[in-house]
Design a protein around this ligand. Structure first.
Ligand code: ACO
Length: 331
Protein backbone atom coordinates (compact mmCIF):
# COMPACT_ATOMS: atom_id res chain seq x y z
CA UNK A 1 0.00 0.00 0.00
CA UNK A 2 1.19 3.50 -0.66
CA UNK A 3 -0.17 6.70 0.81
CA UNK A 4 -1.20 7.66 -2.74
CA UNK A 5 -4.09 5.18 -2.48
CA UNK A 6 -5.57 6.96 0.53
CA UNK A 7 -8.85 8.87 0.18
CA UNK A 8 -9.18 12.01 2.26
CA UNK A 9 -12.48 13.29 3.68
CA UNK A 10 -13.47 16.08 6.01
CA UNK A 11 -15.41 14.33 8.78
CA UNK A 12 -18.90 15.63 8.16
CA UNK A 13 -21.11 15.24 11.25
CA UNK A 14 -23.98 14.27 8.95
CA UNK A 15 -22.09 11.51 7.14
CA UNK A 16 -23.15 8.46 9.10
CA UNK A 17 -20.79 6.11 7.25
CA UNK A 18 -17.66 8.17 7.95
CA UNK A 19 -18.71 8.76 11.55
CA UNK A 20 -19.22 5.01 12.05
CA UNK A 21 -15.81 4.30 10.52
CA UNK A 22 -14.18 6.91 12.75
CA UNK A 23 -15.90 5.46 15.85
CA UNK A 24 -14.69 1.98 14.91
CA UNK A 25 -11.15 3.29 14.36
CA UNK A 26 -11.19 5.11 17.72
CA UNK A 27 -12.58 2.09 19.56
CA UNK A 28 -10.26 -0.47 17.96
CA UNK A 29 -7.22 1.75 18.55
CA UNK A 30 -8.01 2.65 22.17
CA UNK A 31 -5.56 1.67 24.85
CA UNK A 32 -7.70 0.61 27.81
CA UNK A 33 -4.95 -1.27 29.62
CA UNK A 34 -4.80 1.21 32.50
CA UNK A 35 -7.65 3.15 34.08
CA UNK A 36 -8.72 4.82 30.83
CA UNK A 37 -12.27 3.89 29.79
CA UNK A 38 -13.20 2.95 26.23
CA UNK A 39 -14.27 5.89 24.05
CA UNK A 40 -17.92 6.87 24.58
CA UNK A 41 -19.70 7.02 21.16
CA UNK A 42 -22.15 9.75 22.29
CA UNK A 43 -19.23 11.87 23.49
CA UNK A 44 -17.23 11.33 20.29
CA UNK A 45 -20.08 12.06 17.90
CA UNK A 46 -21.04 15.10 19.99
CA UNK A 47 -17.44 16.35 19.87
CA UNK A 48 -17.63 16.63 16.06
CA UNK A 49 -20.66 18.91 16.32
CA UNK A 50 -19.80 20.93 19.43
CA UNK A 51 -16.38 22.56 19.69
CA UNK A 52 -15.05 24.02 22.96
CA UNK A 53 -15.61 27.77 23.40
CA UNK A 54 -13.39 30.03 21.27
CA UNK A 55 -12.04 27.06 19.32
CA UNK A 56 -12.65 25.85 15.78
CA UNK A 57 -12.26 22.14 15.06
CA UNK A 58 -11.28 20.48 11.79
CA UNK A 59 -11.74 16.72 11.58
CA UNK A 60 -10.27 14.63 8.78
CA UNK A 61 -10.36 10.92 8.10
CA UNK A 62 -8.37 8.84 5.63
CA UNK A 63 -9.88 5.74 4.05
CA UNK A 64 -8.52 2.84 2.15
CA UNK A 65 -10.85 0.54 0.21
CA UNK A 66 -13.76 2.33 1.89
CA UNK A 67 -12.55 1.71 5.48
CA UNK A 68 -11.42 4.52 7.78
CA UNK A 69 -7.76 3.78 8.61
CA UNK A 70 -6.62 7.08 10.08
CA UNK A 71 -7.93 10.31 11.61
CA UNK A 72 -6.75 13.82 12.33
CA UNK A 73 -8.40 16.35 14.62
CA UNK A 74 -7.04 19.87 14.53
CA UNK A 75 -8.11 22.51 17.04
CA UNK A 76 -7.70 26.20 16.25
CA UNK A 77 -7.87 28.36 19.38
CA UNK A 78 -9.07 31.87 18.61
CA UNK A 79 -6.44 33.73 20.60
CA UNK A 80 -3.15 31.99 19.73
CA UNK A 81 -1.01 31.38 16.62
CA UNK A 82 -1.20 27.67 17.37
CA UNK A 83 -2.83 24.74 15.64
CA UNK A 84 -3.31 21.88 18.07
CA UNK A 85 -3.32 18.22 17.10
CA UNK A 86 -5.97 16.68 19.35
CA UNK A 87 -6.03 13.37 17.47
CA UNK A 88 -3.56 11.89 15.00
CA UNK A 89 -4.41 8.23 14.84
CA UNK A 90 -3.64 5.27 12.58
CA UNK A 91 -5.42 1.94 12.94
CA UNK A 92 -3.05 -0.62 14.57
CA UNK A 93 -3.31 -2.89 11.49
CA UNK A 94 -2.10 -0.09 9.18
CA UNK A 95 0.87 1.36 11.07
CA UNK A 96 4.45 1.85 9.83
CA UNK A 97 3.31 2.42 6.25
CA UNK A 98 3.54 6.19 6.15
CA UNK A 99 -0.09 7.05 7.04
CA UNK A 100 0.96 8.85 10.23
CA UNK A 101 3.43 10.94 8.26
CA UNK A 102 0.72 11.73 5.66
CA UNK A 103 -1.65 12.89 8.44
CA UNK A 104 1.13 15.05 9.86
CA UNK A 105 1.74 16.60 6.42
CA UNK A 106 -1.97 17.37 6.19
CA UNK A 107 -1.73 19.10 9.59
CA UNK A 108 1.16 21.25 8.30
CA UNK A 109 -0.83 22.15 5.17
CA UNK A 110 -3.79 23.19 7.30
CA UNK A 111 -1.50 25.21 9.60
CA UNK A 112 -0.26 27.14 6.55
CA UNK A 113 -3.84 27.54 5.31
CA UNK A 114 -4.90 29.03 8.66
CA UNK A 115 -1.72 31.06 9.04
CA UNK A 116 -0.64 29.29 12.23
CA UNK A 117 3.05 29.18 13.11
CA UNK A 118 3.17 26.40 15.73
CA UNK A 119 1.87 22.84 15.57
CA UNK A 120 1.30 21.64 19.10
CA UNK A 121 0.23 18.42 20.80
CA UNK A 122 0.19 16.93 24.29
CA UNK A 123 1.79 13.55 24.95
CA UNK A 124 2.00 11.35 28.00
CA UNK A 125 5.41 10.83 29.64
CA UNK A 126 6.29 8.47 32.46
CA UNK A 127 6.82 9.79 36.00
CA UNK A 128 9.91 8.50 37.83
CA UNK A 129 7.74 6.27 40.08
CA UNK A 130 4.87 5.81 37.64
CA UNK A 131 3.91 3.07 35.19
CA UNK A 132 5.70 2.94 31.83
CA UNK A 133 4.04 4.73 28.92
CA UNK A 134 3.93 3.77 25.23
CA UNK A 135 6.98 5.37 23.63
CA UNK A 136 5.59 5.31 20.07
CA UNK A 137 3.89 8.76 20.18
CA UNK A 138 7.12 10.48 21.34
CA UNK A 139 9.18 8.57 18.73
CA UNK A 140 6.73 9.60 16.01
CA UNK A 141 6.60 13.24 17.20
CA UNK A 142 10.43 13.36 17.23
CA UNK A 143 10.55 11.93 13.71
CA UNK A 144 8.12 14.69 12.64
CA UNK A 145 10.46 17.38 14.02
CA UNK A 146 8.58 18.24 17.23
CA UNK A 147 10.32 18.90 20.55
CA UNK A 148 8.98 18.64 24.10
CA UNK A 149 8.40 21.94 25.88
CA UNK A 150 10.03 22.60 29.25
CA UNK A 151 6.99 24.58 30.38
CA UNK A 152 3.35 23.86 31.00
CA UNK A 153 3.42 20.17 31.83
CA UNK A 154 0.46 18.71 33.73
CA UNK A 155 0.36 15.96 36.31
CA UNK A 156 -2.37 13.48 35.38
CA UNK A 157 -3.83 11.77 38.45
CA UNK A 158 -6.35 9.01 39.18
CA UNK A 159 -8.45 8.19 42.24
CA UNK A 160 -9.82 4.66 42.57
CA UNK A 161 -12.71 4.94 45.05
CA UNK A 162 -12.69 1.18 45.63
CA UNK A 163 -9.17 1.51 47.07
CA UNK A 164 -9.60 4.78 48.92
CA UNK A 165 -12.83 6.51 49.90
CA UNK A 166 -12.06 10.14 50.77
CA UNK A 167 -15.61 10.54 52.14
CA UNK A 168 -15.06 7.86 54.81
CA UNK A 169 -13.75 10.50 57.21
CA UNK A 170 -16.65 12.85 56.46
CA UNK A 171 -16.62 16.42 55.14
CA UNK A 172 -15.02 19.10 57.35
CA UNK A 173 -17.41 21.83 58.55
CA UNK A 174 -17.81 24.87 56.32
CA UNK A 175 -16.07 27.89 57.96
CA UNK A 176 -18.31 30.63 59.38
CA UNK A 177 -19.38 33.19 56.81
CA UNK A 178 -19.50 30.72 53.92
CA UNK A 179 -22.29 28.48 52.59
CA UNK A 180 -22.25 25.67 50.04
CA UNK A 181 -24.59 25.57 47.04
CA UNK A 182 -24.95 22.85 44.44
CA UNK A 183 -26.15 22.59 40.85
CA UNK A 184 -26.08 20.14 37.97
CA UNK A 185 -25.13 20.43 34.30
CA UNK A 186 -26.68 23.86 33.71
CA UNK A 187 -25.36 26.75 35.78
CA UNK A 188 -28.18 28.77 37.38
CA UNK A 189 -28.46 32.31 35.96
CA UNK A 190 -27.48 33.81 39.30
CA UNK A 191 -24.05 32.10 39.23
CA UNK A 192 -23.24 32.16 35.50
CA UNK A 193 -21.32 35.45 35.60
CA UNK A 194 -19.29 34.47 38.68
CA UNK A 195 -18.50 31.04 37.22
CA UNK A 196 -17.24 32.68 34.01
CA UNK A 197 -15.06 35.12 35.95
CA UNK A 198 -13.61 32.44 38.21
CA UNK A 199 -13.04 30.04 35.30
CA UNK A 200 -11.21 32.55 33.16
CA UNK A 201 -9.16 34.36 35.81
CA UNK A 202 -8.61 31.52 38.27
CA UNK A 203 -9.65 33.78 41.10
CA UNK A 204 -7.46 36.72 40.09
CA UNK A 205 -8.63 40.11 38.93
CA UNK A 206 -12.32 40.47 38.21
CA UNK A 207 -13.08 41.16 34.54
CA UNK A 208 -15.44 43.88 33.53
CA UNK A 209 -17.30 42.68 30.45
CA UNK A 210 -20.16 40.81 32.07
CA UNK A 211 -21.90 39.70 28.93
CA UNK A 212 -18.84 37.98 27.50
CA UNK A 213 -18.18 36.17 30.73
CA UNK A 214 -21.72 34.92 30.99
CA UNK A 215 -21.61 33.67 27.46
CA UNK A 216 -18.42 31.74 28.19
CA UNK A 217 -20.19 29.66 30.86
CA UNK A 218 -23.15 29.14 28.59
CA UNK A 219 -21.05 28.18 25.55
CA UNK A 220 -19.06 25.71 27.61
CA UNK A 221 -22.30 24.12 28.82
CA UNK A 222 -23.59 23.92 25.28
CA UNK A 223 -20.55 21.86 24.29
CA UNK A 224 -20.92 19.63 27.34
CA UNK A 225 -24.61 18.99 26.72
CA UNK A 226 -23.96 18.45 23.00
CA UNK A 227 -21.50 15.73 23.96
CA UNK A 228 -24.06 14.07 26.22
CA UNK A 229 -22.08 14.82 29.36
CA UNK A 230 -23.58 15.25 32.80
CA UNK A 231 -21.99 17.49 35.40
CA UNK A 232 -22.15 18.10 39.14
CA UNK A 233 -21.08 21.34 40.77
CA UNK A 234 -20.60 22.56 44.30
CA UNK A 235 -20.01 26.27 44.83
CA UNK A 236 -19.25 28.34 47.89
CA UNK A 237 -21.07 31.56 48.70
CA UNK A 238 -19.48 34.30 50.78
CA UNK A 239 -22.46 35.16 52.96
CA UNK A 240 -21.64 38.81 53.82
CA UNK A 241 -21.32 39.76 50.12
CA UNK A 242 -23.63 37.12 48.65
CA UNK A 243 -20.94 36.40 46.03
CA UNK A 244 -20.03 32.99 44.64
CA UNK A 245 -16.29 32.87 45.42
CA UNK A 246 -15.42 29.36 44.34
CA UNK A 247 -16.70 26.22 42.73
CA UNK A 248 -15.71 22.76 41.59
CA UNK A 249 -16.95 20.54 38.79
CA UNK A 250 -17.19 16.80 38.13
CA UNK A 251 -18.40 15.67 34.73
CA UNK A 252 -18.91 12.38 32.98
CA UNK A 253 -19.82 10.88 29.66
CA UNK A 254 -23.05 8.94 29.18
CA UNK A 255 -21.19 5.78 28.17
CA UNK A 256 -18.88 5.09 31.09
CA UNK A 257 -20.82 4.87 34.37
CA UNK A 258 -17.70 4.09 36.44
CA UNK A 259 -15.58 7.00 35.18
CA UNK A 260 -15.71 10.73 35.74
CA UNK A 261 -13.52 13.77 35.29
CA UNK A 262 -12.66 16.04 38.21
CA UNK A 263 -12.63 19.34 36.31
CA UNK A 264 -12.03 22.92 37.36
CA UNK A 265 -11.73 23.79 41.04
CA UNK A 266 -11.18 27.42 41.88
CA UNK A 267 -11.38 29.57 45.02
CA UNK A 268 -11.01 33.33 44.64
CA UNK A 269 -7.57 34.52 45.82
CA UNK A 270 -9.07 36.59 48.62
CA UNK A 271 -10.77 33.54 50.12
CA UNK A 272 -7.95 31.01 50.02
CA UNK A 273 -6.37 29.45 53.11
CA UNK A 274 -9.66 28.35 54.78
CA UNK A 275 -9.68 24.77 53.44
CA UNK A 276 -12.52 25.62 51.05
CA UNK A 277 -10.96 23.83 48.05
CA UNK A 278 -10.91 20.51 49.89
CA UNK A 279 -14.39 21.00 51.36
CA UNK A 280 -16.05 21.73 48.00
CA UNK A 281 -14.25 18.84 46.32
CA UNK A 282 -15.46 16.41 48.99
CA UNK A 283 -19.00 17.78 49.00
CA UNK A 284 -19.13 17.60 45.22
CA UNK A 285 -17.89 14.02 45.21
CA UNK A 286 -20.69 13.13 47.59
CA UNK A 287 -23.19 14.87 45.28
CA UNK A 288 -21.87 13.06 42.20
CA UNK A 289 -21.92 9.66 43.91
CA UNK A 290 -25.49 10.17 45.05
CA UNK A 291 -26.52 10.55 41.39
CA UNK A 292 -23.95 8.17 39.88
CA UNK A 293 -23.84 5.18 42.24
CA UNK A 294 -21.50 3.17 39.99
CA UNK A 295 -18.82 5.86 39.99
CA UNK A 296 -15.43 4.34 40.80
CA UNK A 297 -12.63 6.16 38.92
CA UNK A 298 -11.96 9.90 38.93
CA UNK A 299 -9.27 11.48 36.80
CA UNK A 300 -7.84 14.95 36.95
CA UNK A 301 -4.88 16.97 35.69
CA UNK A 302 -3.18 19.94 37.30
CA UNK A 303 -0.31 22.15 36.21
CA UNK A 304 2.93 20.72 37.54
CA UNK A 305 3.64 23.93 39.46
CA UNK A 306 0.21 24.00 41.16
CA UNK A 307 1.55 22.47 44.37
CA UNK A 308 -1.50 23.55 46.41
CA UNK A 309 -4.02 21.68 44.26
CA UNK A 310 -1.81 18.62 43.87
CA UNK A 311 -1.49 18.48 47.68
CA UNK A 312 -5.30 18.72 48.07
CA UNK A 313 -5.68 15.90 45.55
CA UNK A 314 -3.13 13.70 47.30
CA UNK A 315 -4.99 14.20 50.57
CA UNK A 316 -8.17 13.04 48.78
CA UNK A 317 -6.39 9.89 47.57
CA UNK A 318 -5.53 10.88 43.98
CA UNK A 319 -2.29 9.28 42.82
CA UNK A 320 0.00 10.79 40.15
CA UNK A 321 -0.07 8.54 37.08
CA UNK A 322 1.79 10.26 34.25
CA UNK A 323 2.99 13.65 33.05
CA UNK A 324 1.31 15.48 30.15
CA UNK A 325 3.95 17.29 28.15
CA UNK A 326 3.32 19.78 25.34
CA UNK A 327 5.30 19.10 22.15
CA UNK A 328 5.75 21.87 19.57
CA UNK A 329 6.89 22.04 15.99
CA UNK A 330 7.39 25.34 14.21
CA UNK A 331 5.52 25.39 10.90
N1 ACO B 1 8.64 3.36 17.07
C1 ACO B 1 9.58 4.24 16.67
N2 ACO B 1 9.38 5.16 15.71
C2 ACO B 1 8.17 5.19 15.12
C3 ACO B 1 7.13 4.32 15.50
C4 ACO B 1 7.41 3.36 16.52
N3 ACO B 1 6.47 2.47 16.92
N4 ACO B 1 6.05 4.59 14.74
C5 ACO B 1 6.40 5.61 13.92
N5 ACO B 1 7.67 5.98 14.14
C6 ACO B 1 8.41 7.07 13.49
C7 ACO B 1 9.42 6.49 12.47
O1 ACO B 1 10.49 7.41 12.39
C8 ACO B 1 8.60 6.48 11.21
O2 ACO B 1 9.41 6.51 10.04
P1 ACO B 1 9.94 5.10 9.45
O3 ACO B 1 8.78 4.15 9.36
O4 ACO B 1 10.46 5.50 8.10
O5 ACO B 1 10.99 4.61 10.38
C9 ACO B 1 7.85 7.78 11.32
O6 ACO B 1 7.50 7.86 12.72
C10 ACO B 1 6.58 7.83 10.47
O7 ACO B 1 5.88 6.61 10.64
P2 ACO B 1 4.48 6.31 9.94
O8 ACO B 1 4.51 4.96 9.31
O9 ACO B 1 4.09 7.44 9.06
O10 ACO B 1 3.52 6.29 11.23
P3 ACO B 1 2.22 5.37 11.47
O11 ACO B 1 1.34 5.38 10.30
O12 ACO B 1 2.66 4.06 11.99
O13 ACO B 1 1.50 6.21 12.65
C11 ACO B 1 1.24 6.88 14.93
C12 ACO B 1 2.24 6.59 13.80
C13 ACO B 1 0.27 7.95 14.46
C14 ACO B 1 2.03 7.43 16.11
C15 ACO B 1 0.50 5.56 15.31
O14 ACO B 1 1.40 4.69 15.94
C16 ACO B 1 -0.68 5.78 16.22
O15 ACO B 1 -1.80 6.01 15.75
N6 ACO B 1 -0.47 5.78 17.56
C17 ACO B 1 -1.52 6.11 18.53
C18 ACO B 1 -1.86 7.63 18.51
C19 ACO B 1 -0.62 8.52 18.61
O16 ACO B 1 0.29 8.25 19.36
N7 ACO B 1 -0.59 9.63 17.82
C20 ACO B 1 0.59 10.48 17.65
C21 ACO B 1 0.62 11.66 18.52
S1 ACO B 1 2.08 12.62 18.26
C22 ACO B 1 1.65 13.89 17.20
O17 ACO B 1 0.53 14.05 16.89
C23 ACO B 1 2.76 14.78 16.66
Amino acid sequence: MTVNTLEWHRLDPDSEKLLDGWLTLSTESADTSGYTPPPCPVDLVGSVRFAPPDTELEDWVVCRDGAVVGALRLALPAAAPVIRVDQLLVHPNHRRRGIGRALHERALERAAHHNRSVLSTTLSAALPDGPPVDETPAAFATAMGAVPSEKGAGIHQWLDLSEHDPLAAGIPPVPAGYRLVTWGTVTPDEYALAVSTLEQSLGGEQRSDGEVETSYARRFERMRIGRGRRAYHTGVLHEPSGQLIGYTSISKTTGNPEHALQGMTVVHVEHRGHGLGRIIKLANLELARRHEPRLRFLETTNAEDNAAMIAVNEALGFRPHDRWVVWNRMC
